[in-house]
Design a protein around this ligand. Sequence first.
Ligand SMILES: Nc1ncnc2c1ncn2[C@@H]1O[C@H](COP(=O)(O)OP(=O)(O)OP(=O)(O)O)[C@@H](O)[C@H]1O
Length: 261
Amino acid sequence: MIEVQKASKQFGELNALHEVDWSVQEGEWWGIIGPNGSGKSTLLRLLSGTEQASSGEVLIRGKAASSYERKQLSQMLAVLQQDGLPPVHYPVKDVLEMGRYPFQNWLGQELGNDPEDLIEGIMDKLDLRLLAKRPLDELSGGQRQRVALGQVMVQQPQILLLDEPTTYLDLRYQHQFMELVGNWRKESGITVIAVLHDLNLAAQFCDKLLVLQDGQVTGSGTPQEMLTAEHIRRVYGVEPVIVQHPVSGVPQVLISRHMEE
Ligand SMILES: Nc1ncnc2c1ncn2[C@@H]1O[C@H](COP(=O)(O)OP(=O)(O)OP(=O)(O)O)[C@@H](O)[C@H]1O
């Protein structure tokens, strides 16, 4: 579904990405991890067509991501940022309806079926009914991120790109957000690619991880394969302790303090 072939991205002298090879199959959930400045968001922007590779290819369904018309790409792919929606004075229901823009003509008329049932269904799934008339600027960050997820669900994409979507959420909302994405994926078979800083969250939810360091891929595979002490030490320059999650068995990363005598 997505093929990245020897993709590089330069900003002046800086090699933000260097010859990245990566293949994503339909329905997979990938996490992109790596230290600050390692090129994660740049890679996501190549996938969403907002930046073009300096060399190499980024193909979505066999066609260069940057060659899709914006609306055509939006019918297939949705992007959700860490602060998904600005706190504007629009009611939640209107914001959800805006998710239909790839399927509307220039007068804002829907080109296909009436999306009302779709929007109602998504409000139920995300528990947004009671918030429907509330303006976004009166909601908490966690509630607003749930609306942002609703808006991309209304868009009905086949590929979802998430750029650090849980950064501003507390522990409960982080998990709730990831569970909602997981349920959506189970129901609709969408492909999910998420840039995540939280390795433990990544291990719990992603099937596979792509690890970047200084713009290069240092590994790709299951969380079990990627989250080894040696790999994390090398990539992040920290001394980790890897334990197994007592319930799910996935690797979890702990960091010890430097204890002075
Ligand atoms: N538009 C740009 N112009 C110049 N340099 C850029 C631009 N965008 C990114 N960079 C640089 O490219 C490198 C990779 O940045 P990127 O944002 O992809 O990293 P990241 O892994 O997402 O980082 P973080 O975890 O801190 O969000 C960084 O050194 C950054 O300064």
